[in-house]
Ligand binder design. Structure first.
Ligand SMILES: [Zn+2]
Length: 372
């Protein structure tokens, strides 16, 4: 889902990916920790001059382990989700922590709460174990190691507590939403949780600006944007919930044969005022799609003679007539395409475009007006 990221490792079949923003923040953290190493040493009760490693090397080691901790935090969410029967596509480590990408976009409140608590719970246990079990063992071994273990323990506990703040869509915010959702509707619960999330975002932003804490301002920004996004998705989910693909698709499907020329296609587009068509072969089977964008894709030397077979997109994303409209919408958004071919028992029965989907949104508000 996130572009500009690459898979580094797979844990229990879940790919862990690094986002490019993450590579930028790592040296920043290493530098910031290195700069504050004397204060950290004082906090850890390690005499600063007993440290053997260069402060920035220490910073880098801590930063790397910090991100491993974040990855394990996300992994805990993912494994908890899997234990509730929800599939996980991947985990992406980004600028500000990680994002676990679920295969489903909605889940029962109870499952959401279990999944949300798993991450902070893991961070808390890890932090406490580092501080109170592992650290006493390091006292006599090595001051550098002692400092690293101390700081990682401390920061994991911070991570747990920070994530538990009800600043939706943080973990705490998700727990809060699932609590509210068990009393009212999912949409209403999201509305309330987003409002609280945004209030936190403003508060963090204000404090961050006041004290010149750039990281806090970034976090505030991130919370605000994600809260907004989450809310919009839920609004759409609610608007679409009464509809299936069959309700809004157009049944009149104009399919084009693979051997018509690009010129013929362009003329058809003007005549029918549609910019995309399914492509069929001689036997009438669906083999691809061709859209306006495809005509720009390659250099067309001879549009009178070149057939659309050369420019069409072969991967066709389909939907079923009885599929919930929201699922079709998510399919379209993920693939970043404008239309789905609706298939039933191997037959093309309709076309669903983005504007068809948006009609559902209008219909829903008309429905609400007529009821009031
Ligand atoms: Zn989390």
């Amino acid at each position: 889902m996130f572009k500009n990221s690459l898979t580094i490792i797979k844990v229990s079949g879940i790919p862990i990916r690094l986002h490019i923003s993450f590579l930028l923040i790592l040296p920043f953290f290493a530098f910031a920790i290195g700069n504050n190493i004397t204060e950290i040493a004082h906090m850890a009760q390690v005499p600063p001059d007993s440290l053997a490693l260069n402060p920035y090397w220490l910073g880098l080691i801590i930063a790397i382990f910090l991100f491993i901790s974040v990855a394990m935090h996300e992994l805990s969410h993912s494994l908890a989700a899997r234990s509730r029967g929800i599939g996980i596509k991947d985990i992406t480590l980004m600028l500000l922590g990680g994002v676990a990408q679920l295969e489903e976009d909605s889940m029962p409140p109870r499952d959401e709460a279990i999944m949300a608590i798993a991450g902070p719970l893991f961070s808390l246990i890890l932090g406490l174990s580092l501080l109170f079990i592992l650290r006493p063992l390091t006292f006599d071994i090595n001051p550098d190691l002692s400092l690293i273990v101390y700081y990682l323990g401390y920061i994991n506990i911070f991570l747990a507590l920070f994530n538990l703040l009800p600043a939706f869509p943080s973990d705490g915010g998700r727990i809060l939403r699932s609590l509210i959702a068990s009393k009212t509707s999912h949409l209403r619960a999201t509305q309330i949780a987003t409002f609280i999330g945004k209030t936190f975002a403003f508060f963090f932003g204000f404090v961050g600006l006041l004290y010149g804490q750039i990281l806090l301002v970034l976090i505030a920004f991130f919370i605000y944007i994600s809260a907004n996004q989450e809310y919009k998705i839920n609004q759409l989910r609610d608007a679409f919930s009464d509809f299936t693909v069959a309700d809004l698709m157009s049944e009149e499907v104009i399919a084009v044969k693979q051997d018509i020329t690009i010129q013929e296609l362009l003329e058809l587009m003007i005549k029918e005022k549609h910019t995309g068509y399914p492509v069929i072969n001689e036997e009438g089977e669906l083999i691809g799609c061709v859209t306006m964008e495809d005509t720009d894709k390659i250099e067309i030397k001879d549009k009178e003679r070149q057939s659309i077979k050369e420019i069409m997109t072969c991967e066709v994303i389909t939907a079923k007539p009885d599929e919930p409209l929201f699922d079709a919408f998510i399919k379209m958004s993920k693939a970043d395409i404008g239309r789905l071919v609706v298939m039933e028992q191997g037959e093309m029965v309709g076309i669903l475009t983005r504007s068809d989907i948006m009609k559902a949104y209008k219909l829903k508000s008309i429905q609400q007006k007529s009821m009031n």
